[in-house]
Design a binder for this molecule. Structure first.
Ligand SMILES: *Cc1c(COP(=O)(O)O)cnc(C)c1O
Length: 389
């Protein structure tokens, strides 16, 4: 591996020095007052970052998939039906996890890969079904597609569903106003736009989700993710009575706390605007190189990553050439097209010059792979976007 490789994949992301330092702090007891303060602060900062002042944040050892599992285990009951708005692999994953708990899942799929299901299609199903839950993926990392979760949430509430959003690849990179938009539950993970290391499953439950949990008639079928064990810790903080059931990942939580403080210091609005600008610059760059993207239009495309088709004649060997130039990109992830496209993650600590380095390395890689293009065209297009902002 190249010594100074820049990690530009859709999670995990590069870490700031402050986050790295928190990770290497000497180990302490999970009842240490320093850590119990960190725990409280982390939960409070999560409420700010999710825009959910009245939410209950759950932070558990695990990943985004476990956060999805926690939502599936605690919210719907065995007879409840769920509508999943599917824009890629992570919709499939949510549907399959819900299926594990015996829920009846209907999916409304995008008409083609790179598109989103229409609001009309979602509404037709909501009108005819009696869904307890509407689930959508804010940014599907397999396609680079972003859906309008604000409008979907409004629609879901008109038909009386709880609204769940997979925000793993979005929170802190795309705008999220969970409380204002009436989203009942958002799942996330530490290692994507939040800019912390992998290892934490994060769930933000709004008041209606917590109420639905308390109103359950059947027990939760999960021995660890059951909110019964977690709610006291969230509501009261860590005490001798309400301590974690299993040992918490102390330094990961501390690292997340630092990452959250850095996000809040930057300001959420500024951070989202920065992600939009960097995304526009990278997308302008790949367009100028003659490459096409998986999302079928800019209004469908995420700001946290770009999903780009290889030009004719090229394949994933391009990524090795780009890595030779010091930038690590990611291959495709959608099973139908996985060998036809690659992904550039641009979330977390991403800077303007990281974007330019990535396009520069991509150009060098394309050149080595024998692709013909105007040298520098990608960088020029990106610089124009950055300097016109
Ligand atoms: C990465 C991702 C997940 C899964 O998260 P893991 O931490 O890899 O388990 C779920 N949903 C989306 C949208 C993701 O990008």
């Amino acid at each position: 591996m190249h010594k100074t490789c820049l990690l530009m994949i859709p999670g995990p992301t590069e870490l700031t020095q402050g986050v790295l330092t928190a990770l290497s702090a000497p180990m302490c007891s999970h009842l240490d007052p320093g850590f119990t303060d960190d725990w409280k602060q982390t939960l409070q900062r999560l409420r700010l970052v999710f825009g959910c002042s009245n939410g209950q944040p759950f932070v558990a050892s695990g990943n985004g998939t476990l956060a999805m599992d926690m939502a599936a285990a605690n919210l719907p009951e065995p007879d409840d039906t769920v509508l999943v708005v599917n824009t890629g692999v992570f919709g499939d994953r949510f549907a399959s996890i819900l299926g594990c708990y015996g829920r009846t899942v209907t999916q409304v799929c995008a008409p083609q890969i790179g598109d989103v299901p229409s609001l009309e299609a979602v509404e037709n199903l909501l009108r005819d079904g009696n869904f307890k839950l509407l689930v959508a993926t804010h940014v599907d990392t397999s396609t680079g597609v972003r859906v309008d979760v604000k409008r979907l949430a409004a629609l879901g509430h008109r038909y009386g569903t709880l609204v769940v959003v997979d925000g793993v690849c979005a929170v802190a990179g795309e705008e999220m106003q969970q409380e204002e938009w009436n989203i009942d539950l958002v799942v996330a993970a530490s290692q994507k736009a939040l800019g912390a290391p992998p290892g934490l499953a994060i769930v933000m439950a709004g008041p209606r989700a917590v109420h639905a949990f308390h109103a359950r008639k059947t027990p939760v079928r999960h021995g660890d993710a059951d909110w019964t064990f977690w709610l006291p810790l969230v509501e009261n903080g860590i005490t001798r009575e309400t301590r974690h059931r299993g040992t918490p990942p102390i330094n990961l939580i501390r690292a997340l706390n630092v990452a959250l403080s850095q996000i809040l210091a930057e300001g959420l609005e500024a951070r989202v605007a920065h992600h939009e600008l960097v995304s526009k610059a990278i997308k302008a760059g790949v367009n100028a190189l003659g490459l096409t993207q998986v999302p079928i239009g800019p209004d469908r495309a995420a700001h946290t990553l770009s999903a780009v088709y290889y030009p004719p004649g090229l394949d994933c060997s391009l990524l090795a050439h780009v890595e030779e130039e010091g930038v690590i990109l990611s291959g495709g992830f959608h099973p139908v097209i996985h060998d036809r496209y690659f992904r550039i993650g641009h979330m977390g600590t991403i800077s303007h010059s990281d974007a330019l380095k990535t396009l520069g390395a991509l150009e060098r890689g394309l050149d080595r792979a024998g692709y013909k293009f105007e040298p520098g065209a990608g960088s020029v297009a990106a610089q124009k976007v950055l300097s016109e902002s």
